[in-house]
Design a binder for this molecule. Sequence first.
Ligand code: AMP
Ligand code: ZN
Length: 497
Amino acid sequence: MTDLKLFNSLTRSLETFQPIHPGEARVYSCGPTVYNYQHVGNMRAYVFADTLGRVLSFKGYDLRHVINITDVGHLTSDADAGDDKMEKAAASQGKSAWDIARHYQSVFEEDLARLNIRKPQHPRATDYVEAMIAWGKAIEDKHCYRLDSGLYFDVTTVPDYGRLARASTDEGESRIDTVEGKRHAADFAIWRTTPAGENRQMEWDSPWGRGAPGWHIECSVMSAELLGHPFDIHTGGIDHREIHHPNEIAQNQAHACGPDTGARIWMHNNFLVDRRRSGDLGKMSKSTGDFLTLQALVDRGYHPLAYRLLCLQAHYRSELEFTWDGLTAALARLNRIALQIERLRASTAFQFVQKQAADGQLQGLRSRLDPVVAKFYLQDFERSISEDLNTPKALPIFEQVLQNKKISLRDRVRLSLIMDQVLGLGVEKLSRKALRIRPKHDIRYAFTNREVDSLIHARKILKSRREFSASDLIRDLLTADGVGIMDGDPLGWEWKL
Ligand code: AMP
Ligand code: ZN
């Protein structure tokens, strides 16, 4: 097998993945702050983390993947000024912070499933507050100082603070409001004591007064509790490379009393940039208020997997521009893939191969491949994904396989199932019918899918009776409604939007 090379933000270089525990891969991804819906930019971070996990599984590692749920502690800025995002959302929506967290967590989990993101472990920060307090106590003497507003970490007490961000101690946060009394601009809260006279819904007793943990401490604690330090890979969006992850590293070093950064490899996905309007250059972000959720894409007629494909078409370290045209092209590409897959699924070879590898075991599928086919196609595919998860290069190999008649039908089925373990497009059930989603607010679509089916059935009967003017009338009605009739489709698939 080809070595897996991953770009480590710590060293800014490609490194060969070598697991800490033989045969295992342990991955921690910073999860959502559940005070609002996740936008599709956020979801890019999880498609990336899922792809990483899938590649590790493909390579034979036993994967342990954690995506935490931040339900406390994250302020409206990444540092220590501003309101708590959860408390603020609760106040403005007139709900309890706990209800807000449960609601947005469940929507997040549905979105993960709709994007075929495999189910990771989802610990909630509020379940780990005791462990966070214990961590604070352990590092307090050597690394922290107290202010009225809480317990703060002094970043000059660890070696090389900010190596990940490539920033000096004071650089990273100069743009952010600072807290009165902090020794260095980059110092950050381990614990935030509730100010006298202020009411918080989420607060706990601690040696530093009643209050709530800082945001950064939760990821140090949850990764240590669930994966053990050091673990293999920590992921997040590229914004986390500047503040959140350097702070996690500082806490990990303080706790380990040494230079160990907690995770061996730190990986960051680049932004989804919103280009729906010309001149719009910013990353998609919740603070603008004008962000797109996955559901908003579905409401406009785009299947969630078209968005997954859009993400896979770009390398995770490149910026990805979001435009409706781009998403439309991804959906068209997915439709072509679905057509090929439906053809394969309709063959007896599909049932045969499925039965052979009923447990979905990759090894079983691989060992039965014709060696020449394996050498050309599978090796190429594997080389691409081993180059720092180069999915844009792997996708066309997958597409070639689907339609290459020089490969036996059984091997095409085998290869598609094998490659889909990495791509996650759902070869076993992807269909053009499922991709045919009608935009919610488009008045053009007067007919329901079922009515379209009935009209098409009626048209067929009329045509067989040679009543062409009536059958043409039906066709014109449907065309005006945005429905394209596909006479002669090889799989008898009769219409598209
Ligand atoms: P949050 O819920 O704000 O903590 O963000 C969840 C994840 O989404 C983090 O890993 C962020 O770095 C990432 N993220 C935020 N905005 C974008 C964006 N526009 N493109 C890609 N990733 C993003
Ligand atoms: Zn985190």
